[in-house]
Design a protein around this ligand. Structure first.
Ligand SMILES: Cc1ncc(C[n+]2csc(CCOP(=O)(O)OP(=O)(O)O)c2C)c(N)n1
Ligand SMILES: [Mg+2]
Length: 154
């Protein structure tokens, strides 16, 4: 996220109408860098789109279980920028939202937080093959499948 901030600052200094898009998961919003970057990007009115892909889980943690504020959009007004929630599986809605935010950025009005709500179809730990295996339901609910020593396949 700081690198995206630097890219947006460079674009602002070049004044060439470029906009930086920074993609990250819901898990990143618990990191200090998320808050630091939103703050400075808004303060300096950088041409930057923060695109959060919220699939409701950060590794094995449900968003509601690790966040005091589960609505990620609400971080935006705290840093003086618009926060827009959009159906992350609706490509046209995401395109329209991003286009509007990019136009705002090019006008010199600063960054936007775009909160793309989606679900997890498969997680990183799904590949684990030792004592057990984690799978994900099509709607994003994580399910732990424990393999019994006697079974050969899952
Ligand atoms: C800087 C850093 N902090 C913490 C971790 C440990 N970590 C690995 S995955 C993960 C959660 C990621 O959540 P998300 O971005 O929502 O990705 P998803 O699990 O949805 O694929 C964390 C905290 C890491 N890899 N790097
Ligand atoms: Mg996630």
């Amino acid at each position: 996220m700081p690198i995206a901030c630097g890219a947006a600052l460079a674009a602002q200094l070049e004044d060439a109408g470029k906009v930086t898009a920074c993609f990250f998961g819901d898990g990143a919003t618990g990191e200090g860098e998320f808050h630091e970057t939103l703050n400075i990007a808004s303060l300096w009115k950088l041409p930057l789109l923060f695109v959060c892909e919220n699939n409701r889980y950060g590794a094995g943690n449900a968003v509601e279980s690790v966040r005091a504020q589960a609505d990620i959009t609400l971080h935006a007004p705290a840093y003086g920028m618009p926060g827009i929630s959009v159906d992350g599986n609706d490509v046209l809605a995401v395109r329209d939202t991003a286009a509007e935010a990019a136009e705002r950025a090019r006008r010199g009005d600063g960054p936007t937080l775009i909160h793309c709500k989606t679900f997890r179809s498969r997680c990183a730990t799904c590949r684990r093959r030792r004592r057990g295996r984690t799978t994900c339901s099509p709607r994003g609910a994580a399910v732990i499948v424990i393999r019994s020593p006697a079974s050969r396949t899952i």
